[in-house]
Ligand binder design. Structure first.
Ligand code: GCU
Ligand code: CA
Length: 469
């Protein structure tokens, strides 16, 4: 019986996907989007979510939490909202949008009323959540660079028959939002209280992803007691990564009534693989799960032990979170100016408008600025700088890089769109040994782009900065 329902669901979804394909080809998304199975910003920078859930609908006056969470280093807040069936309806979207923007946060807005539908009396359906979002669309238009819509929290419980409808119900909700004009990145939670312990989301993720005409849906698993061993954590996440499907750990804690999650593996494995995570939660948890508060009474000066671990521990927020570059772009005056070395101007690989087709990392010491570009190990995965010259003419570019392997990595040097040479980045002995390679190029007066585009599958070395002499 269970099986039969699941198969029918998949068949219906496949039909829907093929109809969508012929009627409406994939549109180019605006703002945050999915590229190659990862979340990227409009400028192509990888954005790795490092965030915290905040109980906005239950604590609507605690608006200072946005700034407090930001001050502890998070780049994302997941905002709990109500669609009116159990909580809310949350009608203060403009206030929330403002709080996100002014605090330079990516916000994941979520409807909580869907939690445990099928098990939980009074819970909303994904369709009801979609109706709520459609009503809020006018207030959210234009926020695609910093708002992600998480359609419904943990939208089904452990009822197998109900959770089997997850692929179709999720796909239908996505398509209702798209038909209403939403171009935002969408996030969808797994069934079975978010934990997907029967792998319904995992096994149907590709079909659901393909059913989004914008191919801009991110999958979110919540890791509590089901994920109490390292292998369960890594296996689940690895399957999405190897299928090139975007996955985040959208909730997790250090403990829970259903078991003891392996949070150390969650921190380490997500960081090693460029996967986003959002911890549950800032403050205000009720008695039985009060230990999941990161701070006591919404007071940022009173970190609990979970809060200490989450913000200040290994691979926690402080060590790994990077602000979305979209904010550096919209408000250049707040970007720390790169301190120019005695000769020439220095351009950091991690600072917009520089583009890194990879991740901005900081795990190998010795870099300047706040990090370096770890390009994807793929041909064409480039690092690009935008440099200015006071007058046209020949200049010496200094590329500071590290290559901890023994094999040289080759790249095309592309200035203002033309390939002007090739560069070989030899092994430097260690990833922490940075050396500068000088290249002679001719620049135009004014702005120029300098792109290093690797010509083999090993990609670029790690790139720290570029100087123009
Ligand atoms: C290692 C290293 C990275 C580097 C990568 C590579 O993973 O830690 O910093 O970018 O190798 O081979 O490119
Ligand atoms: Ca690399």
């Amino acid at each position: 019986m269970k099986r039969k329902i699941a198969i029918m669901g998949a068949a219906a979804l496949a039909m829907l996907a093929s109809v969508m394909f012929f009627v409406k080809p994939a549109d180019a998304a605006v703002g945050l989007r999915v590229s190659n199975g990862r979340i990227v910003e409009a400028n192509g920078n990888n954005f790795v979510i490092r965030g915290v859930s905040h109980h906005h609908v239950w604590a609507p006056t605690q608006t200072s939490s946005f700034a407090n969470i930001k001050a502890l280093g998070a780049n994302t807040v997941r905002v709990v909202l109500g669609s009116g069936q159990r909580w809310g309806p949350s009608n203060d979207i403009p206030t929330i949008v403002n709080l996100c923007r002014t605090n330079r946060l990516i916000c994941v807005l979520e409807v909580h009323d869907t939690t445990g539908y099928g098990d939980q009396a009074g819970a909303a359906t994904l369709d009801q959540a979609a109706t709520y979002w459609i009503g809020k669309r006018p207030q959210l238009a234009g926020t695609e660079n910093f708002i992600i819509i998480n359609i419904g929290n943990e939208p089904m419980g452990n009822n197998a028959g109900v959770s089997a409808t997850w692929p179709t119900a999720t796909s239908n909700a996505i398509n209702r939002l798209r038909n209403a004009g939403y171009e935002h990145q969408l996030m969808v939670d797994a069934p079975m209280w978010g934990q997907d312990w029967q792998f319904i989301m995992r096994n149907n993720a590709q079909a659901v992803f393909n059913s989004d005409p914008q191919r801009n849906t991110v999958f979110s698993v919540h890791m509590y007691g089901v994920y109490d061993t390292a292998n369960e954590v890594t296996d689940y996440l690895n399957r999405f990564r190897s299928a090139n499907l975007p996955i985040v750990v959208g909730e997790f804690g250090h403990n829970h009534s259903d078991g003891n999650p392996d949070e150390e593996t969650i921190f380490n494995h997500t960081q090693a693989n460029g996967i986003g995570y959002i911890g549950w939660s800032w403050s205000g948890n009720s008695g039985d799960v009060a230990y999941l508060d990161m701070v006591t009474n919404f007071n940022p000066n009173q970190l609990t032990s979970w809060g200490q671990r989450f913000f200040n521990g290994t691979n926690g927020i402080r060590q790994t979170s990077r602000e979305a570059t979209w904010y550096s772009g919209v408000n250049p005056t707040t970007t720390p100016p790169s301190s120019p070395p005695p000769v020439g101007q220095r351009y950091e690989a991690e600072t917009a408008p520089a583009v890194c087709q990879g991740t901005i990392d900081s795990n190998h010491t010795g870099f300047t600025g706040s990090g370096f570009c770890n390009g994807n190990n793929a041909s064409g995965a480039y690092a690009q700088f935008t440099v200015s010259a006071s007058a046209a003419g020949s200049r010496t570019l200094g590329v500071r890089f590290a290559n901890g392997t023994t094999a040289a990595r080759a790249a095309n040097l592309i200035v203002n769109g033309s390939t002007v040479g090739t560069v070989s980045f030899e092994g430097t002995g260690a990833w922490t040994t940075w050396v500068t390679k000088n290249l002679s190029v001719s620049l135009n007066a004014g702005s120029n782009t300098v792109r290093l585009s690797p010509t083999s599958a090993t990609g670029l070395p790690n790139v720290d900065h570029l100087t123009v002499g």
